[in-house]
Design a binder for this molecule. Structure first.
Ligand SMILES: [Zn+2]
Length: 141
């Protein structure tokens, strides 16, 4: 995913990309389901396949190889790049926050948590790595 950080004093003001990794820790809201022998979720919080599918649809597919663009950026270059990409029908995703690892992690946390509600599952912690050594972590309050 490509982004740029408007008003950043260093290199991150330039358009660049990351191969993000994400770790999501979940728990079942009603643990009785896990312990009920007749339950389809007996002995598990959630089917791994279902969790991966949800994250793939919610996060990975929309953002993979996209330029993530801050719609309220004060940097005219960011708007110019977005306009050019749009004109050429390239993958562009508009968000309403500066695309730092911290903000992305918080957004992903809320999106996944909201989606998992219907499954009776909540997110306890989400870690988003921007590189093998740099990450942002969001924990349930
Ligand atoms: Zn970056």
């Amino acid at each position: 995913m490509a982004h740029m950080l408007a008003n950043h004093a260093g290199k991150c003001k330039n358009i660049h990309g990351h191969t993000y990794s994400m770790q999501v820790e979940i728990y079942r809201n009603d643990e009785n389901v896990i312990h009920a022998p007749g339950s389809t979720d007996h002995g598990m919080v959630m089917e791994f396949y279902d969790l991966k599918t949800i994250i793939q649809e919610l996060i990975v597919e929309p953002l993979d190889h996209a330029f993530v663009f801050w719609s309220e950026s004060t940097d005219p270059l960011e708007h110019g790049i977005a306009a050019l990409l749009k004109e050429h029908q390239r993958k562009l995703v508009s968000i309403d926050y500066r695309p730092t690892a911290e903000n992305l992690a918080a957004d992903f946390y809320h999106r996944i948590n909201h989606r998992l509600k219907s499954e009776g599952v909540s997110v306890r912690e989400l870690i988003l790595w921007e590189s093998p050594t740099s990450f942002a972590r969001i924990r349930e309050e």
